[in-house]
Design a protein around this ligand. Structure first.
Ligand SMILES: Nc1ncnc2c1ncn2[C@@H]1O[C@H](COP(=O)(O)OP(=O)(O)OP(=O)(O)O)[C@@H](O)[C@H]1O
Ligand SMILES: [Mg+2]
Length: 372
């Protein structure tokens, strides 16, 4: 059992690979603790992350239930035996924590802990944090110590990789922002500036030379149109590529699920359109209509069911949101802006909006958008 058999080594390598494969720090640390518990048979495990001055800034415990964790007045402060590991950057393995000269005891409601294994996790030449395990029946062995130390090496390397990736991401983002600022300045701002100048000189001619002013003005309007066109193309190119954009169906499902979650209502969603239809910017209008109408049904209707349907039909898209809630008097005075904005948005793009509601009979919002 305590031998490094091929099976055990395989298990360790697989577990370490699983830990190293995590793509964010918090899942990495969680996977580390659960793997360490699994590999050693400890009852409790935790990872503590150290701040600049060696105190614990984050602590992720496992094996204890939430209730119990809440009862304990504070997370470990990183004094006592935990502090010893940090100071000496060395593994500590004990059969009885209380016997260690640095032991300071546990806060109230803390479960009793006796056997202990603590291993530092290094990132580069600094101690990033510590991995703690307690309560293995019969105590931790030298093998456990080796296994957890190997795991800690993997974790340290994985943390270093994550940090590097984060730095690269930030650098790329920064570079993008600088490029956008430069582009906007060099093309758009310069164009607008030139148009402004030309209008300003025209002011000097207003009283005596109407013809010059007229030519200048109409010239300025043309150039503004050209600049607006350039800006539009630029913004269009900035949008994520088609393959990286969520589909309308995915976007609506996610939106509706997020909105409904706090109300505990399941909102039915049915999307019946060919792939990649409709396209932006129409998709933005559809999402906005769904968002306002579903929010209203959730906030005001006390409905038992809410259903969203988006359907493409020839050259039109139907957006329909129906609830079986209280309904309301559509002619009455309402303080809100939501429905007014919705109506304006729909008519601005040549669509149709019909509100069908009355007190006691539920509400159906129907919108038709032209597809071209
Ligand atoms: N599905 C619905 N069921 C019941 N009442 C509704 C529903 N939708 C709207 N109402 C009523 O109509 C009023 C006006 O809705 P509107 O969306 O314009 O404003 P709001 O939701 O109150 O505020 P805002 O949308 O600006 O946050 C609401 O306050 C509510 O009384
Ligand atoms: Mg509203």
């Amino acid at each position: 059992m305590n031998e490094f058999t091929p099976q055990r080594i395989r298990g360790l390598v697989e577990a370490a690979a699983g830990v190293a494969g995590q793509t964010d720090l918090s899942s990495l640390l969680r996977a580390t603790v659960s793997t360490a518990i699994e590999l050693t048979g400890a009852k409790y495990g935790a990872v503590g992350v150290l701040g600049e001055h060696g105190s614990l800034v984050d602590f992720i415990p496992m094996g204890m239930d939430e209730e119990n964790i809440k009862q304990i007045s504070h997370y470990p402060r990183g004094t006592g035996v935990l502090g010893t590991i940090t100071r000496q950057a060395q593994t500590v393995r004990l059969d009885e924590i209380a016997d260690h000269p640095d032991a300071v005891g546990f806060p109230d409601h803390h479960p009793g802990m006796h056997t202990f294994l603590g291993v530092p996790v290094r990132v580069g030449d600094r101690v990033f944090g510590n991995l703690y395990l307690t309560e293995k029946p019969g105590g931790f062995t030298e093998h456990d110590e080796t296994i957890v130390e190997l795991l800690a090496v993997t974790v340290g390397a994985a943390v270093a990789t994550l940090r590097l990736q984060e730095r690269l991401r930030r650098a790329a983002l920064q570079e993008d922002r600088e490029r956008i600022a430069r582009d906007l300045h060099d093309s758009i701002i310069q164009d607008l500036f030139a148009i402004g100048l030309s209008l300003q000189t025209a002011i000097g001619h207003i009283d005596h030379d109407g013809e010059t002013v007229r030519t200048r003005m109409s010239d300025a309007v043309d150039r503004l149109d050209t600049t607006i066109g350039a800006l539009r193309r630029y913004i269009f190119d900035l949008r994520p590529p088609v393959w990286a954009r969520p589909s309308l169906s995915a976007e609506i499902r996610r939106l509706v699920a997020d909105l409904a979650e706090p109300y505990g209502i399941v909102v039915g969603v049915e999307i019946d359109c060919p792939p990649d239809t409709p396209e932006a910017p129409l998709t933005d209008h559809i999402v906005a209509v769904v968002k306002e109408s579903v929010s209203n049904a959730l906030r005001h209707a006390h409905a038992a069911t809410i259903d969203v349907r988006v359907a493409c039909d020839g050259d039109r898209v139907l957006v329909n949101i129906a609830d079986d809630g209280s309904g309301f008097d559509a002619d009455g005075e309402h303080g809100g802006l939501g429905l007014r904005n919705l109506a304006r948005r729909v008519s601005a793009v040549g669509g149709e909006y019909v509100l069908d509601t009355a007190p006691g009979k539920g509400t159906v919002v129907t919108v038709w958008f032209p597809l071209t």
